[in-house]
Design a protein around this ligand. Structure first.
Ligand SMILES: [Fe+2]
Ligand SMILES: [Fe+2]
Length: 136
């Protein structure tokens, strides 16, 4: 599976958020890389854990901005975040709970597709609202 590359189609025109999205992309790429080079479960587990924590931080950052700037689509957006966190927590539990559970191509594809679709679909929608409020 190809690594994800940052490109301008992923920009939400808010530098602080673009930076966080780049970190998420890097973490997914690191996981992909560790998986293809056959790194140990301990290494994979650490990266997975980091991804989960950073994702939660990033979602809180966006949600704080929604609250501060009365973003109208807040509830629907938060639901998307919650569903993704629930799914990743579940994958993480399966991974830590069973030595038979592997992070494979299907998991990587899920993470990559979700992130790209979320940034270009749901995140892109807040861009003009937050930019107009002066968020950088
Ligand atoms: Fe985001
Ligand atoms: Fe989001």
């Amino acid at each position: 599976m190809a690594l994800l590359n940052w490109n301008d189609n992923l920009s939400v025109k808010i530098p602080s958020i673009d930076e966080q999205h780049k970190v998420l992309i890097n973490m997914i790429n690191r996981l992909q890389d560790a998986m293809s080079s056959g790194d140990s479960r301990a290494v994979l587990g650490d990266i997975f854990d980091g991804l989960l924590k950073y994702t939660a931080q990033h979602f809180s950052y966006e949600e704080k901005l929604f609250a501060e700037h009365s973003y109208p689509d807040t509830e629907a957006h938060k639901k998307e975040h919650q569903a993704f966190v629930a799914k990743v927590v579940d994958l993480h539990k399966q991974f830590t709970g069973s030595s038979n559970f592997m992070i494979g191509v299907d998991v990587m594809k899920f993470l990559t597709d979700w992130l790209v679709n979320h940034i270009q679909g749901v995140d892109a929608k807040y861009s003009s609202h937050l930019v107009a409020k002066g968020v950088r």
